[in-house]
Design a protein around this ligand. Sequence first.
Ligand code: SF4
Length: 341
Amino acid sequence: MNDSESSGRSAADSGADPLVSVEDLEVRFFTEDGAVRAVNGVSFDVMPGETVGIVGESGAGKSVTAQALLRLIDDPGRVTDGRIRFRDKDVLSYSDSELQSYRGGSVSMIFQDPQTYLNPVYTVGEQIAEAVRIHQDADRQAAREEAVEMLDKVGIADPEGRYDDYPHEFSGGMKQRALIAIALSCDPDLLIADEPTTALDVTTEAQILRLISELSEEFDTSVVFITHDLSVVAELCDRAIVMYAGEVAEDSPVEALFDDPLHPYTEGLLDSIPARVGPGERIDPIPGQMPNSRNLPSGCRFHPRCPYAVEECRRHEPPLVDVDGRRAACYRFVDGVEVDE
Ligand code: SF4
């Protein structure tokens, strides 16, 4: 065990410079009922070529963190503290033109509901070609050819013929494939995928996950994958950042996280995965609920649900500490604090 306070860097330590570096990020939503503390002091890096899963229940702050990476937090929300650096440049102080080439140029995002992000009055092919024209400075014919190629790459059969289809002529899985084509058409350094398979059936979900994995490798793109589902993380990610009530609870390589979870919340999430429950055993869901971010508990935010909680946990918030190259925010890893095992 190591009680040194984390430097805010991720568990990944390849010696390379991070592609993205988030430090002490804080996001608040200012509502009539008071400030919602959605993200509190979150720090992590994403290395070039790395696929990082940000995982947690609804309300953990994972989607807000992803939106902040793209500076998509709108009123009444605001980034109130911290830094986001992309290739060592300060994203939070980008000018409008820098922001435009960052979004949809260096960084692309795919969302939960593809229906919302495809324009019903243009054909799918035109929408991909438009993205190609904007980001690759291509003429109409070259953009069309590139769009057909992208449709082929994302697994749309008869791409030439389907170019002229409207979104309503595509199934849910095909729409998500089209959005992936749009996202990758600018050859981004980072792809942010926010629960992209939520609206899909299990078979289509597996196909889309495989597609994202294969294409991110082909395009040499880092991926930040937002999900509530740890089995998706197991399938796709190199590293997992587990968030709870707006904070990082644990940051570990995926294999280590599944073999030996550090944080009791991670333990609870793993115990809730049906595939990990043996024959005759029952799924053991985490008792209670994620706290309301307007009214967070004292001390460790997980203490009302934690089977190991002691008095110290109720009074003081545990720091995020390095644990053999991983990170965890739990007094079980802070020397000098006695916590029941
Ligand atoms: Fe549980 Fe205490 Fe660790 Fe929080 S600090 S996760 S309450 S043992």
